[in-house]
Design a protein around this ligand. Structure first.
Ligand code: F3S
Length: 431
C-alpha cells in the first residue's frame, strides 16, 4: 500500500508506539481489503469505553490500566502501550447499558464504576461522550464528501446516504487506529464508483409515515442485501421524508440486509435525478414496491407476534429525536402505563436534557414511562422482568429482539405502541 511521507513517519514510530501500532493495523487491514492507500479523516465514531465483566477482569489482570484495554480491544495489541490523545474529532457511540439505570438494566454497581473509569479515560483522550447510535443528532454532522471512519450500521447508512459523507462500516480496531492517526483505508464507500445505485426500487404507493419508511427499508434490505438501492417514484416523492423517517428507513435496510448506502431520487444529495444515482449505468434489477409488498413486509416483521398481552414497549431505535419524544409525550399525556407493562424510551443524553427542559420527561414519567440514554434493549440485552411480548415502532428492533432475547415482537406505529403501553395489549393491525 502506498504511504505518504507523513504516514511513513507515523509507521516508523515518530509519534510513539501506539501510533506506530495503529499504522501497522491500518496497513494490514488496508492490504487485506485491497486498498491502494489510506485517506485522511477528521471524523471518527466508535465504541471506546468498557462495559463488560470480561473487560473489567482483563483490566484487573493487567494491573487495572485502561491503556491495556485500549491496546487489546481498540488496537489489536497484546503489548500494552501508552495511548496518547486522539488526533481527530472522535464521537463515542452507544454502550451496553445506561449507567444511570443499573438496576433496570441488570448491571452491578461495580461494573458501572468500571465503566465510569473507562469513560473518564476516553474523555481524557479527547472522545466526545455522545453515547448514541445517532451522533448526527447531537453535534456530529459531517459534510458532503467528508471522509469518516464510523461504526454502527444505522449511523453509517445515514452518514453515506443522507449527509453524503463517506464511510464504510468500521470496527472497534480500525476506528481505534483512525482516532490515533487520522487515517482509514481508501476503499468501498470512500470511492465514487461504489456509491452509485445498482438497484432501482420503483414506488407504486405513497410512503409517508415513520412506519411506512421502516417497512420500505426492511423490504429493500431483504431484496438488495448489501447493494446500493435508489428509491424512485414516477410521480415524485410527494412528501420529503424527514430525519426520523430516514433514520428508521436506513436502520431497517441495514438490518434485514446490509445496506450501507442508498439514494432517494430527488431527495438525497447524490441523487438529484434517477440517472445521477445510477451514474449513467443500467440497473442490475428494478423492484416494484406496491401494496402487496408492503403488506408482506408487515407480516414478515410481525411473524413472532402472537400473544395480545404486552409486557414491554420499547421506543427509540435508532435513538429517538426530540420530535419523536414530543410526539410520544402528546400521545401519552393524561394516560397511564398499564400496571402489567413498562415503557422505556431511548434517546441521546443531550436530547434527554432538552426533553427535561421542555417538560416531556415529566409527562412521560408521570404516565409511568421512563426515558433512558446511552443504550437500548438489543445492545444491553435488558428488558423488564417477565417480558414475553414486546411492542416496537422500529423495524430494526423488531428484527433483532426476538432473535436476541427470545421474545415475541409486535411492530406498528408509535400511537399503537403507546396504546399497548397504556392497555397492556396489542390492538394494532395492518393499516
Ligand atoms: Fe441504536 Fe440500539 Fe437501535 S444501538 S440503532 S437503538 S439497536
Amino acid at each position: 500500500m502506498h504511504l505518504s511521507d507523513e504516514e511513513k513517519a507515523m509507521y516508523d514510530g515518530r509519534d510513539g508506539p501506539a501510533v506506530q501500532k495503529a499504522m501497522d493495523l491500518l496497513m494490514r487491514y488496508g492490504e487485506a481489503l485491497g486498498a491502494e492507500r489510506l485517506v485522511e479523516t477528521r471524523n471518527v465514531c466508535a465504541t471506546i469505553t468498557s462495559t463488560t465483566p470480561f473487560q473489567r477482569d482483563f483490566a484487573l489482570a493487567k494491573g487495572g490500566g485502561m491503556d491495556a484495554v485500549f491496546s487489546e480491544f481498540s488496537l489489536d495489541s497484546q503489548e500494552t502501550v501508552e495511548i496518547p490523545k486522539f488526533k481527530v474529532f472522535t464521537s463515542h457511540l452507544q454502550l451496553g447499558f445506561d449507567p444511570g439505570q443499573p438496576e433496570r438494566m441488570g448491571v452491578s454497581e461495580e461494573i458501572v464504576r468500571f465503566y465510569e473509569k473507562s469513560e473518564r479515560h476516553a474523555a481524557g483522550l479527547g472522545a466526545q461522550i455522545m453515547n448514541t447510535c445517532t451522533p448526527y443528532q447531537v453535534g456530529n454532522i459531517p459534510t458532503r464528501g467528508e471522509h469518516c471512519a464510523w461504526m454502527e450500521s444505522s449511523a453509517v447508512v445515514y452518514c453515506n446516504s443522507v449527509l453524503g459523507a463517506r464511510t464504510n462500516t468500521e470496527g472497534r480496531e480500525s476506528t481505534g487506529a483512525a482516532m490515533l492517526t487520522g487515517r482509514i483505508p481508501y476503499w468501498g464507500y470512500h470511492l465514487d464508483q461504489n456509491r452509485r445505485a445498482t438497484h432501482v426500487v420503483e414506488l407504486e404507493i405513497e410512503v409517508e409515515s415513520v412506519q411506512d419508511w421502516g417497512l420500505l427499508g426492511y423490504y429493500i434490505g431483504e431484496h438488495v442485501q448489501e447493494r446500493v438501492p435508489v428509491v424512485h417514484s414516477r410521480r415524485g416523492i410527494s412528501r420529503v421524508p424527514n430525519l426520523p423517517r430516514l433514520k428508521h428507513f436506513g436502520a431497517a435496510a441495514s438490518s434485514s440486509g446490509g445496506v450501507e448506502m442508498y439514494h432517494i431520487a430527488g431527495v438525497t444529495p447524490e441523487a438529484l435525478t434517477l440517472e445521477q444515482a445510477l451514474g449513467g449505468k443500467a440497473p442490475v434489477e428494478v423492484l416494484r414496491y406496491g401494496e402487496a409488498e408492503r403488506r408482506a413486509t408487515y407480516e414478515k416483521i410481525n411473524t413472532t407476534g402472537k400473544d395480545a398481552e404486552v409486557q414491554y414497549v420499547m421506543l427509540g431505535c435508532p435513538h429517538y429525536t426530540i420530535e419523536q419524544i414530543w410526539e410520544a409525550a402528546q400521545l401519552i399525556e393524561g394516560r397511564k402505563v398499564h400496571p402489567s407493562c413498562e415503557l422505556w424510551i431511548f434517546t441521546p443524553r443531550a436530547i434527554k436534557s432538552l426533553a427535561d427542559r421542555n417538560g416531556y420527561t415529566k409527562i412521560i414519567e408521570d404516565a409511568g414511562g421512563i426515558i433512558m440514554g446511552d443504550s437500548c434493549s438489543a445492545m444491553s440485552r435488558a428488558m423488564p422482568k417477565g417480558t414475553k411480548t414486546v411492542a416496537l415502532d422500529s423495524a430494526k428492533q423488531a428484527h433483532y429482539l426476538p432473535a436476541i432475547l427470545g421474545v415475541q415482537a409486535w411492530f406498528g406505529s408509535t400511537a399503537e405502541c403507546i396504546d399497548a403501553a397504556c392497555t397492556g395489549r396489542w390492538n394494532g393491525g395492518y393499516a
